[in-house]
Design a protein around this ligand. Structure first.
Ligand SMILES: *Cc1c(COP(=O)(O)O)cnc(C)c1O
Length: 459
């Protein structure tokens, strides 16, 4: 490609170029992510231990540390064709507004009704549930993006979908709830009176507005007690990162068309699925010693699992019914302050990303929410897309890096993940516009208190 080739605003791939296989980065990791532990025995979870909770094919993917490429079934690729390939956008307008010599690209995953990348994994999990002959799936949702994605996927495949939605979101986000119901899901505010754990929590904490950890416990209980149902999860797990590699594989294919190599790759990190998916093919090259990239995870200062958490085994839910994972964690009892990036409020981080971070293959930074919304508005006004608050964490870091290039004159190429749109987050934007948004950062004492509750695991 000659120097003068003009890079288009959007680099599209054809339908045929939608990946035919997911890439499993664990195959190239020398230090594999630590195994999930059974909470009853504290021994690594076997295939059979996981069968009451997850679908068989998904358990195989979860436990597979060695197969580098895993075929994407045609039925799933056909669904992907409804909203993929996702465009890779050259942010010419943002570059101009910043006056930076840096070249900025973003992979936009908001072009579907769920408004985020979560649909990439929802369809896979619903597909394997259906293929196993199951009647339906259960899950939890906080802000609602995952529940919406799973409702869409379940409707498409004709299976039932039961969503336990954190009560405060159920009441405050009626539109998300109605989208899920429109796609045929049943949506129950959590804690509910339908489950043992829900009744227990309601009795112990009358009037509680719920939490993600509690909704997970309810969804798992319903899945394991209802014939023909399994539980599915929208982030954190190895299988979810695997499904999300369609993001990175497409981004890399688009860049390769024009001979572009990013210097810096940036993504927001809640449970780590979009970032893991975006960076996987690049990380593979880095792990195999073929290329080097600067890779940066961005998290909220109010929920800083990578930058201030401990790398330790912890529970994935507050009810302590789910397996334990070794990850960067703030403690399963940690309740972040009310920040507006609902998708980034999880106490832990993907075991794959945790291991890569621990081994020095990537960096992490935290950013405060008012600075995030400033970046979001700046981006919206020049690039047009109204970004989700979660995605705006990556925007903030990309702008910071581009401004550094302006100082040094370096023409670095920056790639970041724009995970979704923010149409359902207008209350947060309203707070920001009215100057009522604050930045809460947990103190060391608060974190220490939470770390003290980490389970003692000898492995
Ligand atoms: C859920 C969500 C995230 C965070 O989830 P990860 O698993 O960390 O990717 C980021 N952005 C949006 C728009 C989301 O809905």
């Amino acid at each position: 490609m000659s120097e003068n080739t003009k890079i288009p605003y959007k680099i599209y791939l054809s339908e045929d170029e939608i990946p035919k296989q997911w890439y499993n980065v664990r195959a190239d990791m020398k230090n594999k992510p630590a195994p999930l532990l059974n909470p009853a025995t504290m021994k690594p979870m076997s295939f059979d231990d996981l069968r009451p909770v997850f679908c068989d094919e998904l358990i195989k993917q979860e436990l597979d540390d060695t197969t580098a490429y895993i075929d994407i079934p045609d039925e799933i690729r056909n669904f992907y064709k409804m909203y993929r390939p996702a465009p890779l956008v050259r942010a010419y307008c943002l570059e101009k507004a910043l006056g930076t010599p840096a070249k900025i690209y973003y992979k936009f995953e908001g072009n579907n009704t769920s408004g985020s990348h979560k649909l990439n994994s929802a369809i896979v999990q619903a597909y394997y549930a259906k293929k196993q002959g199951l009647k339906g799936v259960t899950t939890e949702t906080g802000a609602g993006q995952w529940g919406t994605a799973l409702s869409m996927a379940s409707a498409y495949l004709g299976i039932d979908c039961k969503v336990y939605m954190v009560k405060v979101s159920y009441e405050q986000k009626p539109f998300r709830r109605e989208v899920m119901r429109t796609y045929g899901a049943s949506v129950t505010p959590s804690p509910s009176m339908d489950t043992e754990i829900g009744r227990k929590i309601n009795a112990e904490h009358p009037g509680t507005t719920g939490s993600l950890g509690c909704a997970i416990s309810e969804a798992v209980e319903v899945a394991t007690k209802t014939e023909g149902y399994r539980y599915v999860l929208g982030s954190v797990l190895n299988q979810v990162l695997l499904h999300q590699t369609v993001i990175g594989l497409e981004a890399k294919a688009a860049l390769d068309k024009y001979g572009i190599t990013p210097d810096i790759i940036i993504g927001c990190a809640g449970g780590g699925s979009n970032l893991g998916g975006l960076i996987s093919p690049f990380m593979g090259e880095k792990l195999r010693g073929e290329k080097d990239y600067q890779i940066i995870a961005i998290e909220p200062a109010s929920c800083p699992s990578l930058t201030r958490g401990k790398f330790a085994y912890d529970f994935c839910d507050t009810g302590m019914v789910c397996p334990l994972a070794k990850m960067y964690t703030l403690g399963s009892n940690f309740i972040p302050s009310a920040n507006h990036a609902g998708g980034l409020r999880y106490h832990g981080m993907s075991p794959i990303l945790s291991q890569l971070y621990h081994d020095g293959y990537m960096e992490a930074r935290s950013v405060e929410q008012t600075a995030v919304f400033e970046a979001a508005e700046q981006f919206a006004r020049v690039e047009g897309i109204l970004p989700a608050p979660e995605s705006s964490h990556a925007i903030k870091a990309a702008i910071d890096e581009a401004l550094k290039c302006k100082e040094t004159g370096e023409e670095k190429t920056i790639l970041f993940g724009l995970t979704g749109t923010g149409y359902f987050d207008m209350v947060a934007y309203q707070k920001f516009n009215d100057g009522e948004m604050s930045d809460y950062i947990p103190t060391d004492e608060e974190l220490e208190k939470s770390f003290a509750t980490l389970p003692k695991v000898n492995i």
